[in-house]
Design a protein around this ligand. Structure first.
Ligand code: IFM
Length: 443
């Protein structure tokens, strides 16, 4: 991919630039200071669940090295840091007693960020449900949505004035489809009916948490983060076009329609048939809470081929180490489509980045493909903004190489390399590029 010239100065002066991580992927300290086990702690013990047999017990040891990591953020010139809170760290059983030592960690992290004038953008749920709640049915049990709202209230009450933005969920599509649809993620269930019901409970929990947080003190802006993509038919055949429509309905509209239109998309409901979720009276009123922002995570488009074997995506710009097609054009296509379909609040690109098989050589990590990837996506994002999409910020995934879920540590998304033996952090060329890009934005 050729480098594209893009400058931070092309973006509005108050545009928020950041990097993102999540608790389970970097914190480690999986049972320190009273933290309870999460469903990912359990899932990692299941033989074969994680490709390299690893777990999150140490990860990037961010729990103990957060100061060093905040220094890195500061050196990168970012305005903001997106991270998640581990629910079982602050409430080991997901209900009942709070763990003050767990809250203490986030208190210290927020202090360190404030010292460096870096805004905190926090996610309440990035997939690490307390195992104790899973033992009572997890997200299949509607009561979990109420427990989540209690947790949300408490976090906003404590930290609502020190956090710029709080997102309820990160990528509920993954929790439902990978956690309950095909067993790739915790809790490792493969059952379509359960997965669809879970997606509904996640949406209800989002709405209840929004209501609870609105009632709590604190000025944090409130929203949700969804992973989204356009769905392109591989050919003009009726089968491919139908597949693309289905994919868009079941993935993007499935979460957007309830939030913005108080309904599920008809096409997806028909497709699910008897597997459609049980919806209680008033659920859409709960779900459709006004949002201060919507976070959009963009990595690739969905390429829809009904042929067997499927016709591969053309990928003229190549693929990443995850085998994901590099398709920056999909970002403006998606954003313009969303703008046409929904009354959107301000948007943030809350994740975008690529995995690459990076290695330290002579003290450096050369990752020109990642630099080109980010440049191409920023140029594409800028085009969408010029066409009227209200985007307020961009968060590169990820600050650090980290635990990439069922791929373990084999996939490196960081702009900072982590040597998992020594925990040494090394800025990759992409980190240096991002740092200079932001410095030249002269904010
Ligand atoms: O690492 C994940 C992250 O946790 C959620 N969004 C996608 C990333 C890359 O797979």
């Amino acid at each position: 991919m050729k480098p594209i010239s893009v400058s931070a100065r092309q973006f509005p002066g108050d545009f928020v630039w950041g990097t993102a991580t999540s608790a389970f992927q970097i914190e480690g300290a999986s049972s320190a200071d009273g933290k309870g086990p999460s469903i990912w702690d359990s899932f990692c013990t299941r033989p074969g669940a994680i490709k390299d047999g690893s777990d999150g017990k140490v990860a990037c040891d961010h729990y103990h090295r957060y100061r060093e990591d905040v220094d890195l953020l500061s050196d990168l010139n970012v305005d903001a840091y997106r991270f998640s809170m581990a629910w079982p760290r602050v409430q080991p059983c997901g209900k009942g007693a709070w763990n003050e030592a767990g809250f203490g960690f986030y208190d210290r992290l927020l202090d360190a960020l404030a010292e460096k004038r870096i805004d905190a953008h926090m996610t309440l749920y990035h997939w690490d449900l307390p195992q104790a709640l899973q033992d009572e049915g997890g997200w299949l049990n509607r009561d979990t949505a109420h427990r989540f709202a209690d947790y949300a209230y408490e976090v906003k009450r404590r930290f609502g004035d020190r956090i710029a933005a709080i997102a309820t969920h990160n990528e509920p599509w993954c929790t439902a489809n990978l956690g309950y649809g095909n067993a790739q993620f915790a809790p490792g269930v493969a059952d379509l009916k359960q997965s669809v019901q879970v997606s509904h409970h996640l949406l209800v929990s989002h709405g209840l948490a929004m209501q609870a947080m609105r009632a709590a003190p604190g000025s944090a802006r409130l929203g949700i983060v969804l992973n989204q993509w356009t769905a392109d038919p591989a050919t003009d055949s009726e089968a491919d076009r139908a597949l693309a429509e289905w994919e868009y309905a079941r993935s993007v509209q499935w979460f957007m329609d309830p939030i913005f239109k108080k309904r599920y998309p008809e096409l997806a409901l028909q497709g699910y048939g008897a597997d459609a979720p049980q919806v209680q009276a008033g659920d859409f009123d709960i779900i459709a809470q006004p949002l201060d922002f919507l976070g959009c995570n963009y990595y690739f488009r969905a390429w829809c081929s009904a042929e067997d074997p499927p016709r591969p995506a053309p990928a003229p710009l190549g693929t990443t180490d995850m085998d994901w097609e590099i398709y920056p054009e999909g970002l403006p296509e998606l954003l313009l489509k969303l703008k046409a379909e929904y009354p959107l609040p301000p948007l943030y690109i809350t994740e975008n980045g690529m995995a690459r098989a990076d290695a330290v050589e002579n003290g450096s990590v050369r990752d020109p493909e990642r630099i080109a990837f980010v440049q191409a996506h920023l140029a594409a994002l800028h085009r969408a903004m010029c066409e009227g999409v209200d985007v307020r910020g961009y968060f590169l995934w990820s600050l650090l190489d980290n635990f990439e879920w069922n791929s373990g540590y084999a996939k490196r998304f960081g702009i900072v390399h982590v040597d998992y033996q020594t925990q040494r952090r090394t800025l990759k060329d992409s980190a240096r590029w991002y740092r200079d890009f932001l410095a030249h934005g002269a904010r």
